[in-house]
Design a protein around this ligand. Structure first.
Ligand code: GCB
Length: 598
């Protein structure tokens, strides 16, 4: 149910928020007996844990533990909130969560990296403490998305995630209590922007609950104020506001207008919500991406939410630092590989002028043939798309939805062997269904899927923009950059000829151990990484149909254990895990910072 997402909690004169971030009580339940034993009524022999944060790096005995755990926290609900509707909002629980308030069941949610809310007013103790309990587990299963323990999969790492990053687990983002006005409230707002000539248009669709009959939409910016009254019919209304001499949103000038929505009954103001919007359009030609009708080249990275000790937990200084470093190298874009990022990250992207490919957690989709598993995954992918678009639809930074990263059929080798090219009708049907869902929910943005090296051409051709990951010179043609360059060119020209759509390289990179050097560049050295990236970027520069280059990866990041992941790390970062530049970061800065080219 995408309405579980709800608007980001906001404090104003009619709404309240209370963050529950901090130290919680924590207990592992490896035998999964907690519920039967009534742990929702109080944990005994619990230990302390920080929220947000993964549990895997906070202790000395839990790194690879992915089974059931319990989180608990006691809190008062402010008495001033009495008479309002009370909700709990969990920013992200990886992977499945079950909630209780004061020992009473509230609900379950499956799927990480996206928020969910439950209304809990009827369970709250006023004037006393309230016990909040969240049970979480991240058991890796072939029916889940992302997948794990997939029979026959070429992934051999431990834990047996079917993807190349550590399956961090737990409450990864803020947990909030918040209140909404009881009589009527703003349930959702959808902003769509456009412009003709110098006049911008902002369409604001409002959905409400309760007894409001009318409202007002006010847009402010550039010292001006534009107002439109709305009449609510069946709890909904839409208004389109024109902005003369509009200041468009773009990376070089990420100008944000403020949108204020108020609703009432003609006498009393009943609810109020404020958000920011940027007026911009995104379209394509057969060779280019057009932002506001003008060609734009995406320069940037595939990333991860990953930091020592925090794991996949939100670390706000790291969010700020990542944008500082991306700007420092002259990047203007990133992909939220391989799952939706924290909402603060998306708000930063709006303010800092980054163009985002926003991806659901659909990674490791290996078509192993179990139709039951595949059906469950398909349902999960649709849930994620519904939830992600509901959450992120108002961010001007988001230009493209990505429905899946590197799905692979049975014959394809993930390490880039020649592989087969089987695109079963079932897989085509899945992707078509996901693209149709995106277009139905949001016709203002582009949709893509990210293709694996050696993967079926039929798949990548379904997208608005061809997005491919390539590792010639690394997983194939290891060390041979000249050989890799030839293959890259032949393949890219053939893909463009066949589909006649712009191409973005959403990944290309080389593992690089920081501080390793060679005068004659050799794999794993900083010099090799620089040369590798230079070769790809020079090639991209020579083709007018290449619309963007995302280096894999922004930073080194934690993976499971395996023979190609020294120290349980992927070292393809141009920055280290603690955000220190390798030589390649300086190289990218020298290339990107002052120039509009790739
Ligand atoms: C890929 C995956 C990414 C991996 C990367 C690698 O194609 O999309 O998750 O980390 O390759 O380094 O192998």
């Amino acid at each position: 149910d995408p309405t579980r997402i709800a608007l980001y909690p906001q404090q104003n004169d009619l709404r309240n928020t209370l963050s529950l971030s901090g130290i919680w009580q924590f207990k592992k339940d490896s035998l999964a007996v907690g519920e039967k034993e009534g742990w929702q009524n109080g944990l005994t022999e619990a230990r302390s844990i920080a929220v947000p944060g993964s549990w895997n790096e906070q202790f000395t005995d839990s790194r690879d533990y992915l089974g059931v755990v319990w989180y608990q926290k006691e809190t008062y609900v402010p008495s001033a909130w009495r008479g309002q509707r009370i909700f709990i909002r969990v920013g992200s629980a990886n992977y499945a969560a079950k909630l209780w308030i004061n020992g009473k069941p509230v609900g379950i949610h499956e799927g990480g990296n996206l928020p969910f809310t439950f209304e809990i007013g009827s369970l709250v103790n006023w004037g006393g403490s309230n016990r909040i309990t969240v049970q979480v587990e991240n058991i890796l299963k072939p029916s889940r998305v992302p997948t794990g323990n997939v029979p026959g999969s070429p992934f051999t790492n431990f834990p047996k995630s079917n993807y190349d990053f550590f399956p961090f687990a737990g409450l990864h983002r803020d947990v909030w209590l918040y209140s909404l006005p009881a009589v009527a409230s703003i349930k959702d707002i959808t902003v769509k922007t456009n412009f003709t000539g110098t006049t911008g248009s902002v369409e604001v669709a409002v959905a409400t609950e309760g007894k409001a009959s009318r409202g007002t939409i006010v847009i402010t910016g550039q010292g001006k104020r534009y107002e439109a009254p709305i009449r609510l019919t069946a709890n909904a209304a839409t208004a389109t506001i024109s902005i003369p001499d509009v200041r468009l949103w773009a990376p070089e000038d990420p100008y944000l207008y403020q949108v204020d929505v108020t609703i009432g009954d003609g006498k009393t103001l009943l609810d109020h919500y404020t958000l920011e919007t940027g007026v911009r359009t995104i379209t394509t030609t057969n060779k280019q991406l057009l932002l506001n009708g003008k060609p734009i080249l995406l320069k940037g990275f595939g990333k991860h939410e990953d930091f020592p000790i925090f794991g996949r937990g939100t670390a706000q200084p790291v969010i700020v630092k990542d944008f500082s470093l991306m700007k420092w190298v002259g990047a203007n874009s990133f992909r939220t590989s391989h799952y939706p990022y924290d909402e603060e990250f998306m708000r930063m992207a709006d303010r800092e002028g980054f163009l985002v490919i926003d991806e659901i957690p659909a990674v490791g989709l290996y078509f192993h043939g179990d139709t039951n598993d595949l059906a469950q995954r398909q349902a999960m992918c649709k849930q994620y798309l519904n939830e992600l678009i509901t959450r992120d639809k108002n961010h001007p930074s988001v230009i493209m939805w990505c429905v899946v990263n590197e799905p692979f059929p049975r014959e394809v080798s993930v390490t880039g062997g020649p592989g087969g090219r089987e695109a079963t009708p079932q897989s085509i049907a899945l992707f078509n269904e996901l693209f149709a869902l995106v277009k139905q929910k949001d016709n203002t943005r582009l949709a893509t899927l990210v293709g694996v090296m050696g993967g079926p051409m039929e798949w990548i051709g379904l997208a608005d923009v061809i997005c491919i990951n390539r590792y010639y010179g690394w997983y194939t043609h290891a060390g041979d950059l000249a050989g890799a360059a030839k293959l890259l060119a032949i393949e890219a020209d053939a893909i463009h000829k066949r589909f006649n759509k712009p191409i973005i390289y959403t990944e290309f990179g080389a593992d690089t151990y920081p501080g390793m050097h060679a005068e004659d560049p050799e794999m794993f050295t900083e010099e090799f990484q620089t040369n590798y990236l230079k070769m790809y970027l020079d090639f991209a520069q020579s083709r007018d149909y290449i619309a963007g280059m995302h280096v894999w990866a922004f930073t080194d990041f934690k993976t499971g254990q395996g023979i190609i992941r020294f120290g349980g790390m992927n070292y393809k970062g141009v920055f280290t895990r603690d955000r220190k530049p390798k030589a390649a970061a300086h190289y990218l800065r020298s290339r990107w910072l002052k120039k509009a080219t790739l």
